[in-house]
Design a protein around this ligand. Structure first.
Ligand code: ADP
Ligand code: ZN
Length: 727
């Protein structure tokens, strides 16, 4: 049966390969085992029930909460030549009758239903005598009260199953939170063996977070790189949306606003313009995005800070569903944190605490020194062990050599101490830089010995330094008031027992440019193909991506197919679509190639690079691991690779996790600032809680041992364990 599934994949959908887990899921459904699918947006969930639907003799009933999503799916399936209809409150009476008649005539493989429509007596009466082979529950998180989108009717779907005893059930969601996942399982009473949880890593999204300095200018610069491509700009407030829309419109960009303050009609109209490529950029509040299935969104710009990582992930997740590269830029500022804190402070006390923790995690993501994917995926309980993803600003910035910043650290920390550990960084910096600010004078801080001791660095440099001190665990910050306090580790630094390494300048790189090099295809041809697609789409009254996705057009502009055979080889060209549109595109292609004397290229010769391949990624951890094993000390590696001790430790950790072994050495212990007794406590905690995740260990030790120490000691303990098992 899986053979049949493969044939449908290529013949109907025009795709070469299954995406991760699709094949396993399809097999499981075909074997009539109830299945729960948890996959990020763009992972390819729809195919998991659409291919079985083609193979099953009877109907597949799909429950979906959003009318716009149903409409989109039915349009897409129709273009693939698959019989599909939707029944919901937006369907007119005559259309409804027409759809029912098609079901009766067995012209339909998939029926999309709103939950309340399915629960209606007349619907059940209509479907019961039919053979229903599969019940699909899309957006299954709607079943959970813990989710962001609870729908009470979803709970009753479980009972509907009694009407179709032979139907297998597949539930799908992109929800990443374990709490909701568990709730879905409990409600549906599925067996655990039939759960498929895909990685939440979206490899094709380029992640970048930069300081928000001149937001409008930064936005315009960013947008310039995406001419004729679709994207979303998220703002926190409606007023900001309106303001930015006007500004960008005046600048000549194709923009429309979207927020809850607009009328339903206007919102709907703007959304439709965006989906149909009549408008390129949507400036929106987070009200925009649900129910948008547009696969070719090429960028997401967060003009303001999202509320938490979950929101951020959901919003960037709307980009690049087609698997091609998409760019996500977040403009990050401390003023925005204050705005969010203001909202948080309006909440109840218990909620405030949770919201603050979430906000903290987001700040951690913004300020990380590591690959962005590490803290991002960690938030969803996933460990990302590749040291460099190659698709985030941190990974591409190269490892900047670190400098010794012990002296500025000592200055800053003692100033925090002298001012009583009740002020935020701004005030401390004012004192260090001998400011005459009112607040400084009022507290007589101009009389302190630390007053004016830090004039050698700019205000911006000091801010940057202070954040590094915070992340290195030298300071802790009150989440509500922003005041800084010293940690035990800070004392070690002040007493000169510990050195601090860091950076003096923030890097501002421009990564979106690497894009051009990555995708070498004929832009002029692509433009012509795009216009042709738009023309056809308008004629058929569907969004352009329903005719052919961008990938198909890019392949056309890469391989220049000029015959039926070679066109059918391309991504997204199934037999029905070929019949419908093949000759139109072939005509254009042949003409273009003739005029420009271009010969066809075989697709086999070159696979299309959407993401850097494994080969092009540097496996630095391997180099470092091998050097270490050849006898180099960690100190030597720090100089050789010009990276800080932490990073070496991380690389060696990855090395060992990937199954290589490392020679044992006491050097690890000399790098630790803890006493052997304290280290003993840490090792015992590892024994109890494991070394997989450090957070529980950190908490069990009352947050007294820094993460740097934990990373180091974890490595030591793994090396020792491995020694024992070898002997
Ligand atoms: P999800 O519902 O998980 O967000 P979709 O089912 O909408 O994702 O799929 C996202 C995009 O990926 C769609 O444009 C779809 O056609 C495409 N797609 C799905 N599976 C494959 C595959 N095996 N090969 C190529 N493209 C695929
Ligand atoms: Zn990265």
């Amino acid at each position: 049966m899986i053979k049949q599934a493969r044939i449908f994949l290529k013949e109907v959908f025009g795709y070469e390969e299954f995406r991760p887990l699709q094949q396993e899921i399809i097999e499981n459904v075909l074997n009539r085992r109830d299945t729960l699918v948890i996959m990020p947006t763009g992972g390819g969930k729809s195919l998991c029930y659409q291919i079985p639907a083609l193979i099953f003799e009877g109907l597949t009933v799909v429950v979906s909460p959003l009318i716009s999503l149903m409409k989109d799916q039915v349009e897409q399936l129709t273009q693939f030549g698959i019989g599909a209809v939707a029944l919901n409150s937006a369907v007119s009476y005559s259309e409804y009758q027409h759809n029912i008649a098609r079901i009766m005539r067995k012209e339909v493989k998939l029926v999309y239903l709103a939950p309340e429509t399915l629960l209606m007596q007349k619907t059940l009466a209509m479907l019961s005598p039919k053979r229903v082979d599969c019940l699909t529950i899309d957006e299954a998180h709607c079943i959970s009260e813990w989710g962001h989108d609870f729908r009470p009717e979803y709970r009753q779907i479980v009972e509907v199953r009694a009407h179709f005893p032979q139907a297998v059930c597949i539930a799908l969601t992109a929800t990443a939170t374990p709490r909701v996942q568990q709730d879905i399982k409990d409600c549906l009473r599925f067996k655990t063996s039939n759960e498929f949880i895909a990685s939440f890593n979206r490899k094709n999204l380029f992640l970048q977070i930069v300081r928000k300095t001149h937001p409008v200018k930064q936005t315009v610069e960013f947008l310039k790189k995406f001419s004729n491509q679709s994207g979303i700009i998220y703002c926190l407030a409606r007023s900001q949306v309106d303001e930015l829309t006007e500004l960008l419109t005046n600048d000549g960009f194709s923009v429309k606003p979207y927020h809850a303050g607009l009328s339903d009609t206007e919102r709907h109209r703007n959304q439709e313009l965006f989906i149909r490529d009549d408008v390129q950029i949507m400036v929106a509040t987070i009200a925009f995005g649900m129910g948008i299935n547009k696969p070719n969104i090429r960028f997401i710009l967060h003009y303001d800070l999202p509320k938490n990582i979950e929101g951020y992930y959901q919003q960037i997740g709307r980009a690049g569903r087609d698997g091609l590269r998409a760019d996500c830029l977040l403009l990050f500022s401390y003023a925005d944190i204050q705005k969010i804190k203001y909202f948080i402070n309006q909440k109840e006390e218990k909620e405030q605490r949770i919201a603050n923790i979430h906000l903290n995690a987001l700040v951690g993501l913004a300020e990380t020194d590591e690959c962005r994917r590490i803290p991002l995926l960690r938030y969803f309980g996933e460990r990302y062990s590749v040291p460099k993803c190659g698709m985030c600003d941190k990974c591409l910035s190269g490892e900047q050599p670190l400098v010794d910043v012990t002296i500025p650290a000592q200055k800053f920390l003692s100033c925090v101490k002298r001012t009583g550990e009740i002020f935020g960084a701004g005030h401390v910096i004012d004192v260090l830089r001998a400011s005459k600010a009112e607040k400084v004078i009022k507290f007589s801080h101009d009389k302190l010995s630390t007053y004016g001791t830090g004039k050698e660095y700019s205000k911006q440099q000091w801010f940057y330094l202070s954040r590094q001190f915070l992340h290195k665990g030298l300071l802790s910050q009150d989440m509500e008031f922003g005041s800084l306090k010293l940690t035990p580790q800070a004392w070690e630094v002040m007493q000169g027992k510990e050195q601090v390494f860091g950076k003096l300048e923030e890097q501002h790189d421009d990564y979106a440019q690497s894009q051009e090099k990555e995708q070498a295809y004929d832009r002029a041809l692509f433009e012509q193909l795009r216009q042709k697609r738009k023309e056809l789409a308008d004629k058929t009254n569907v969004p352009p991506y329903v005719i052919f996705p961008d990938n198909t057009l890019i392949e056309m502009a890469t391989f220049f197919p000029q015959s039926q055979e070679s066109l059918l080889q391309l991504h997204g060209v199934g037999s029905i679509k070929f019949e419908k549109y093949g000759h139109i595109f072939l005509e254009l292609l042949c003409q273009y190639c003739q005029t420009h004397h271009i010969k066809e290229k075989s697709k086999q010769m070159k696979t299309f690079p959407s993401v850097p391949s494994e080969r092009t990624k540097k496996h630095r951890h391997i180099l470092i691991g091998e050097d270490y094993n050849s006898g180099k000390s960690i100190k030597e590696l720090i100089t050789d690779f010009a990276i800080k001790p932490n990073t070496i430790v991380n690389h060696l950790y990855t090395y060992i996790i990937e199954g290589y072994s490392l020679r044992s050495s006491d050097e690890f212990l000399t790098l630790s600032a803890l006493s052997s007794e304290q280290r003993g406590v840490v090792f015992n905690t590892f024994d109890m809680l494991g070394t997989e995740r450090l957070r529980p260990v950190f908490e069990a030790l009352n947050e007294q041992v820094s993460y740097d120490e934990l990373h180091l000691l974890r490595l030591y303990s793994l090396v020792e364990k491995q020694e024992k098992t070898v002997k």
